[in-house]
Design a protein around this ligand. Structure first.
Ligand code: ADP
Ligand code: ADP
Length: 222
């Protein structure tokens, strides 16, 4: 049985930061739907150009496009031992489709950590976020600065501020989260998969708790 983990939480909660750390510790891939869309935009694929019309105004990319993109991604060989998803699913329709895809493949969701952070903290985090061009590593101007200004610690590529991290779009994205993604908390709670995590603590404390919850669960040493 291949186990998948879904990191749930509002924009800026730390899903990407934590998914990268925990996936590396567990030796499974991190799959970020936002990173895949941005990569496609950089490569100017048809899907990337279409998705960007929604991303730049803070709206969700339509479900059919997003679901088929994730379906393709999890069928790749590196997901043979499962994966951590961050940023997907984001709507009830995506969650239902994902359940169906996993079932077809004899896989399941093991846990859904919900990273909870108050709205004022989200705004501060998103407005200071710096993202790397190559692989989507994230830093923060104040909370988590790179060793060398403007350069990614991990791959040396340039850091930039995402267009959708500007204040008007941030407010829109938080509203979209409240309307379209928040219902997933109940969806996964009803299925006994949700684990609430206090995300308003240091990156290290949050990743230690997440690692413990996910690795303990697989019966491994933490
Ligand atoms: P998400 O993927 O949920 O949108 P990110 O992982 O991209 O969130 O984090 C958003 C911003 O907040 C980034 O600038 C990141 O460096 C910073 N950040 C993440 N976790 C923490 C934390 N625990 N404390 C302070 N800043 C954080
Ligand atoms: P954040 O974690 O800061 O919200 P992401 O990188 O996850 O940012 O997503 C950026 C944008 O990409 C979203 O605002 C949305 O437009 C699009 N996107 C990412 N994942 C999805 C998804 N599962 N469904 C629809 N749109 C998505």
């Amino acid at each position: 049985m291949r186990d998948f983990y879904v990191f749930l939480g509002p924009p800026g909660a730390g899903k990407g930061t934590q998914a990268k750390i925990v996936a590396a510790r567990m030796g499974i891939p991190q799959i970020s739907s936002g990173d895949i869309f941005r990569e496609n935009l950089t490569n100017q694929t048809e899907m990337g150009i279409l998705a960007n019309k929604y991303i730049k105004v803070g709206e969700l990319v339509p479900d059919d496009i997003t679901i088929s993109m994730v379906r393709g991604r999890i069928s790749k060989a590196d997901c043979a031992r499962g994966a951590i998803l961050d940023g997907f699913p984001r709507t009830p329709a995506q969650a239902e489709a994902f359940d169906g895809i996993l079932k077809e493949n004899g896989c399941r969701i093991n846990k859904v950590p919900f990273i909870k952070v108050p709205e004022n903290v989200l705004i501060e985090r998103l407005s200071g976020r710096l993202t790397c061009r190559a692989e989507g590593h994230v830093f923060h101007k104040v909370n988590n600065p790179p060793r060398e200004a403007g350069i990614c610690d991990y791959d040396g590529s340039a850091l930039y501020q995402r267009e959708d991290d500007k204040p008007e779009t941030v407010a829109r994205r938080i509203r979209v989260y409240e309307q379209q993604t928040r219902p997933l908390i109940e969806y996964y709670m009803e299925r006994g998969l949700l684990v609430e995590i206090d995300g308003d603590r240091s990156i290290d404390l949050v990743s230690a708790e997440l690692t413990k919850i996910l690795l303990d669960d697989e019966g491994n040493d933490v």
